[in-house]
Design a protein around this ligand. Structure first.
Ligand SMILES: *[C@@H]1O[C@H](CO)[C@@H](O)[C@H](O)[C@H]1NC(C)=O
Ligand SMILES: *[C@@H]1O[C@H](CO)[C@@H](O)[C@H](O)[C@H]1NC(C)=O
Ligand SMILES: *[C@@H]1O[C@H](CO)[C@@H](O)[C@H](O)[C@H]1NC(C)=O
Ligand SMILES: *[C@@H]1O[C@H](CO)[C@@H](O)[C@H](O)[C@H]1NC(C)=O
Length: 384
């Protein structure tokens, strides 16, 4: 539930109790993330990800995404006729699609691509207002319908939000224009049909599933797959976990252990699998227990750091789900800032909720299949 940089796109209005929606991070934290991002963008201009992506499996649509500093993953879509292009986060923690519009004067809209409905011959407007609240920001605007293209797939007459206002802080400096939600329709805005449901209903995909491969450091291209899986991204077999509540992609977790001891989620807990959240987020007390185990120290921004020279000796954090152990090593749950400062990638929940959020820190280790046909999630270790 942090600011720019560490992103949480869990749709808050429906879950995780109410307010306080957003924990305002200290200026230092903001500066740190911002500097990192600026640096990164200068060193990695766009050509990095502009290679043609080879389709190895004709049944599956590969939508490439770019990894921004391990904070979020962004892919291209287009809306309207002729197409207008946008960069969006493919977010399993929410169910709506929205992009900035020409009717928006928020700072966040002046720095991003905006949709101009007057330039699209297939656009259909409504008077319906839309307002979406995320862990990291708020947008409001109105609902429209138009054709939306993801890779080679064109969804006809897709409902989407055209923003008129966006909270300044969260979306302003993001390298994405909008958000494309992939959660279940019952958390979509007032019964509008999410884009994945339309991909299936309009017969554009052959299986009612999608899957994520989130790379570390762009070594291999990050990708979201629509309509199937590609075993070249993972090792061994997929292990399946039933969805416990169809809204978020929510599952039961057995326990969390370190050093052979269960240290959190002791009598089982619920977890949301969320590609739109950067870190692993949990209830405050268990998170503190984990931080104590890795000897992390709080700093004034509220974050926790560890001595970088200890990272090699820190134990794996093991998430046990449906009887299977999913280890996450220190190299994944610690973010190295420089040779002296290493940040913990665990964060306590702002809202008073018992639900864990398994974000990108976890998902970079495990290829993840979201199976709408059987209401289950498949996990297998990634091929790096
Ligand atoms: C998105 O489009 C831009 C501009 O056309 C391109 O440079 C970039 O590589 C694309 N991003 C991805 C993830 O393919
Ligand atoms: C958001 O941006 C607008 C325009 O730049 C500004 O007037 C307003 O004060 C900002 N709001 C916040 C909360 O920063
Ligand atoms: C966004 O970036 C601009 C320019 O670097 C900066 O002035 C502004 O404070 C940033 N906003 C946030 C919320 O970090
Ligand atoms: C980190 O650990 C090393 C080796 O134990 C030690 O020499 C160094 O002083 C520690 N650094 C900090 C900032 O505590």
């Amino acid at each position: 539930m942090k600011w720019i940089g560490v992103l949480s796109l869990v749709a808050l209005s429906e879950c995780l109790v109410t307010i306080p929606l957003i924990k305002i991070k200290s200026m230092r934290e903001n500066l740190r993330r911002r500097d990192l991002l600026k640096d990164f963008l200068e060193k990695h201009p766009y050509r990095l990800s502009s290679k043609f992506y080879k389709q190895s499996n004709s049944e599956v649509t590969y939508e490439p995404m770019r990894n921004y500093l391990d904070l979020y993953y962004v892919g291209n879509i287009s809306i309207g006729t002729p197409p207008q292009e946008f960069k969006v986060i493919f977010d399993t923690g929410s169910a709506d699609l929205w992009v900035p519009s020409t009717y928006c004067s928020s700072k966040a809209c002046t720095t991003h691509n905006v949709f101009d409905p007057r330039l699209s011959s297939t656009f259909r407007s409504t008077r319906q207002r839309i307002r979406l609240i995320y862990g990291s920001g708020i947008m409001s605007g109105f609902l429209g319908y138009d054709n939306v293209q993801i890779g080679s797939l064109v969804v006809v007459s897709q409902a989407f939000g055209l923003s008129q206002k966006e909270s300044n802080k969260s979306f302003e400096n993001g390298t994405f224009d909008g958000i494309l939600g992939l959660a279940y329709p019952n958390i979509a805005f007032r019964g509008s049909t999410p884009i994945f449901d339309n991909l299936w209903k309009q017969g554009l995909i052959s299986q009612n599933i999608f899957a994520f491969y989130l790379s570390s450091n762009n070594k291999k291209r990050s990708v979201v797959l629509f309509g199937g899986v590609d075993p070249s991204y993972y090792k061994g077999d997929l292990k399946w976990v039933p969805v416990t509540q169809r809204g978020f992609w929510q599952i039961s977790m057995d326990s969390i252990s370190m050093n052979g001891k269960i240290i959190a989620c002791k009598s089982g807990c619920q977890a949301i699998v969320d590609t739109g959240t950067s870190l692993v987020i949990g209830p405050n007390d268990p998170i503190l227990e984990i931080l104590k185990t890795i000897n992390a120290q709080p700093i004034s921004s509220g974050e926790y750091i560890v001595n970088c020279s200890s990272v090699d000796t820190l134990p794996d954090t093991i998430f046990t789900i449906n009887g299977i152990k999913y280890p996450v090593p220190a190299s994944a749950y610690i973010q190295k800032y420089n040779s002296d400062i290493c940040y913990s990638n665990f964060e306590g929940m702002v809202a008073n909720s018992d639900v864990w959020i398994l974000g990108d820190v976890f998902l970079r280790m495990y290829f993840t299949v979201f199976d709408r046909a059987n209401d289950r999630i498949g996990l297998a270790p990634v091929v790096i």
